[in-house]
Design a protein around this ligand. Structure first.
Ligand SMILES: Cc1cc2nc3c(=O)[nH]c(=O)nc-3n(C[C@H](O)[C@H](O)[C@H](O)COP(=O)(O)O)c2cc1C
Length: 242
């Protein structure tokens, strides 16, 4: 009988008698950001609004998982706004850069990839969201909607979405502090991020659907990560609701 899920749940529990209180190895703290080489093309995003919009409770009431998207392009402004709501920096000082979604220990292990299909001003391709600069780096030009849909158990909405967000976890960033318990926290972090995306989509007049059903290694291959140190954990399809 397969029990690795049950085992993980049991083994990763905090217990009073075994909480180690290990010290942190500050000299080997993993970097908080994944930065791509400077020779890859960067795309600026319009400055996002940080106030206003619909009242929160109306947005919460308006959120549904939407799976039928039209072929309307999303504007750059809306695209930028949603990325900011997902992982944008909302407060910064000399020591910390805090983001739109909370993160266990402020370690921010989640990376955001955008599979662009229909976004005004952006050629189709796989982009990585560079948090510190609020811009995108094009890592693979081309239309990957059909391939991503295939990897997501052939869910048609993925092919039709204006764009899909794929979130990966940089496991070491969280393990540095939490060891094996990190595997709980990366999924919780991703959940917060996914909800921000869903609510921001509603606020921008769009719909979204969160996606947990995908062939992990196929998605990892598309974003060119190894599936161990960095591995895909969650996705969201976003577009204009038909
Ligand atoms: C972790 C998670 C994974 C999900 N994966 C999928 C998915 O792969 N495909 C899908 O169509 N919906 C998926 N959903 C959406 C749920 O089916 C949906 O949230 C649920 O039916 C409740 O409907 P609502 O979101 O409209 O309130 C997922 C939702 C969550 C939170």
């Amino acid at each position: 009988m397969i029990t690795y899920g049950d085992d993980f749940q049991k083994l990763s529990k905090y217990r009073r008698e075994s909480l180690s209180g290990k010290g942190l190895d500050w000299a080997n703290k993993p970097p908080l950001y994944k930065i791509y080489p400077p020779e890859l093309k960067r795309f600026e995003l319009p400055k996002p609004r940080q106030a206003g919009g619909l009242p929160l409770f109306s947005i919460i009431k308006g959120r549904r998982s939407e799976r039928n998207f039209s072929n309307n392009a999303v504007s750059e402004t809306v695209f930028s706004q949603i990325l900011w709501a997902v992982q944008g920096i909302t407060q910064a000082d000399e020591y910390h850069q805090l983001r739109a979604a909370p993160s266990a220990g402020g370690l921010f292990p989640i990376e955001t990839y955008c599979f662009v299909n229909l976004v005004a001003g952006f050629e189709p391709g796989i982009y990585h969201y560079q948090v510190p600069d609020h811009n995108l780096v094009l890592i693979r030009p081309g239309s990957f909607g059909t391939e991503l849909a295939k990897a997501a158990l052939s869910q048609k909405m993925v092919r039709d979405a204006a764009f899909n967000l794929v979130w990966s976890a940089m496991i070491e960033r969280s393990k540095w502090k939490y060891d094996q318990r990190a595997y709980r926290y990366v999924y919780l972090d991703a959940g917060h991020i996914g909800q921000n995306a869903a609510l921001a989509a509603v606020a921008c007049g769009l719909g979204s659907c969160q996606i947990g059903a995908f062939f992990d290694e196929e998605v990892n291959a598309l974003i060119e990560v190894d599936g161990t140190a960095e591995t895909a954990v969650y996705m969201t399809a976003i577009g204009t609701v038909r």
